[in-house]
Write a protein that binds this ligand. Structure first.
Ligand code: HPA
Length: 237
């Protein structure tokens, strides 16, 4: 699909008898590193396809003993330590300027449905964690992880920002399930590797697939929240 920001490959299908779009942010075969993901093209394409609610997953390292390897965690806040990513659709001029509200970055209504789905499945889904987004593609230093701990971060990853921001700018609900794949650098007793993260993701795959399926069964197409009106001051997209 062509977008003003580049070409993307959404997969449109049906799940739980609802029309869904699957977007692999890292592309096929995980070929696109986090700092080069075309976040604007992905989110723009979803909006154009009529998507109103986004359920994202994100591999995360844990900074806190409250979050263990294999945990599923609903994100509720973020700290942004990215460095080189376009963060907005609103670049001034014709497009206008939007200072989008981020008081509740992750949609509370969608989060509640995911919680209901996890309860129905008997899964222990942890509710609420502060995610720090780093630029990557390298992992963090232990000194950075200690700094993030002092700032209040619970989990670290490389993709939730600006994805969550761009979804809000286009009036879509967005929630993200963090999959704890490793202890963060300096907490883990070993060096970090992408293989460790992928291996943990694979182990959690079946569980996450069930959670997504039941969530989609439970949610309704209407947006009973403020996400849809996040860009009313400027509109346009
Ligand atoms: N750091 C950054 N991103 C990650 C990590 C990590 O430890 N684990 C999974 N994604």
């Amino acid at each position: 699909m062509e977008t003003p920001y580049g070409t993307v490959e959404p997969i449109v299908g049906k799940l739980a008898n609802r029309k869904v779009v699957f977007m692999s942010r890292h592309g096929r075969d995980h070929a696109i590193p986090p700092h080069l993901v075309n976040y604007r093209a992905n989110i723009w394409a979803l909006r154009k396809l009529g998507v109103r609610k986004i359920l994202a997953t994100a591999a995360v390292g844990s900074l806190s003993s409250s979050f263990r390897l294999g945990d599923l965690v609903l994100l509720d806040q973020f700290l942004d330590f990215t460095k080189s990513r376009p963060q907005t659709f609103y670049e001034g001029g014709q497009q206008g300027v939007l200072h989008v509200d981020m008081t509740e970055p992750y949609c509370t209504a969608v989060r509640q449905v995911i919680l209901d789905a996890s309860e129905q499945l008997g899964f222990a889904l942890k509710n609420g964690a502060c995610y720090v987004c780093t630029e990557g593609p390298r992992f963090e230093t232990p000194a950075e992880i200690q700094m993030f701990q002092r700032l209040g971060a619970d989990l670290v990853g490389m993709t939730s920002v600006p994805e969550v921001v761009l979804a809000r700018e286009l009036g879509m609900c967005y929630a993200s399930i963090g999959l704890v794949t490793n202890e963060a650098a300096g907490i883990a007793k070993h060096l970090l590797s992408h293989a460790e993260v992928m291996e943990s993701m694979k182990k959690l795959g079946e569980k996450v697939a069930q959670l997504i399926q039941v969530t989609i069964q439970l949610w309704t197409p209407d947006q009973n929240c403020l996400c849809a009106s996040a860009n009313v001051e400027v509109g346009k997209f």
